[in-house]
Design a protein around this ligand. Structure first.
Ligand SMILES: Nc1nc2c(ncn2[C@@H]2O[C@H](COP(=O)(O)OP(=O)(O)OP(=O)(O)O)[C@@H](O)[C@H]2O)c(=O)[nH]1
Ligand SMILES: [Mg+2]
Length: 196
């Protein structure tokens, strides 16, 4: 099934809505991702990182000064009448209960992965598996991060064969929407629709 992304800024009558969640560990680029793909100004809930937070959060010295404390929210419409509502979550494991609430009504999830912290992605994948939601893994490529072939990453993440894995740059629309299209195609896959 082929999809393209449109530039609509309003929703024509008959548009179908799809809620998806954007998950991933602390600092993997979730807020950046939602901001890149959203056709409207995204809602962000960022707070400054503090010295006290360094005791509990794995703050890397890469210039990151804020963190999401509630949600990121954005929207992208696809030609063919599908509006995807993106809900980005905070990355810290202590927000798991909030993420479970955020997943209510969602039809799928995107898990962003940084190859410097692959092991911190299990939590997000686990939450989506627990909720029995389809998901796509998007490896967000940071400069200086180790590059691994797809099979090695799949192995490291214990990713089932039917779960798509794509490589993206969350800062670039062309690249970022590649992951969204993979997820929407998976959600709308005839076999999955038949099971609903
Ligand atoms: N090079 C590169 N940098 C990125 C990319 N995506 C995000 N960044 C940078 O990485 C930092 C963290 O990005 P955020 O979007 O805040 O990450 P997050 O997952 O929302 O972080 P939390 O909400 O704190 O969990 C920011 O400084 C971004 O500019 C990417 O694809 N490539
Ligand atoms: Mg964020």
């Amino acid at each position: 099934m082929a999809f393209s992304v449109s530039d609509h800024h309003y929703l024509p009558p008959g548009t179908r809505s799809v809620k998806i969640v954007v998950l991933g560990a602390f600092g993997v680029g979730k807020t950046t991702y939602v901001g890149t793909v959203s056709e409207m100004r995204p809602l962000r809930t960022e707070e400054r990182l503090t010295r006290a937070g360094q005791l509990v959060d794995d703050v890397r010295a890469d210039g990151k000064s804020t963190t999401t404390v509630a949600i990121d929210f954005g929207r992208r419409t696809f030609d063919g009448g599908i509006a995807v509502y993106l809900f980005g979550a905070p990355g810290q494991p202590r927000f798991a209960e909030m993420i479970r609430s955020l997943m209510r009504g969602a039809l799928g999830g995107l898990v962003l992965v940084d190859t410097r912290s692959v092991d911190q992605s299990y939590e997000s994948i686990g939450l989506l598996e627990e909720a029995d939601l389809p998901y796509v893994v998007a490896v967000n490529t940071f400069p200086g991060a180790p590059g691994y072939p797809e099979d090695v990453l799949r192995d490291a993440l214990s990713l089932p064969d039917d779960r798509p894995l794509v490589f993206i740059d969350a800062r670039t629309l062309r690249s970022a929407k590649h992951a969204l299209i993979a997820l929407v195609a998976d959600i709308l896959h005839p076999a999955r629709s038949a099971a609903r």
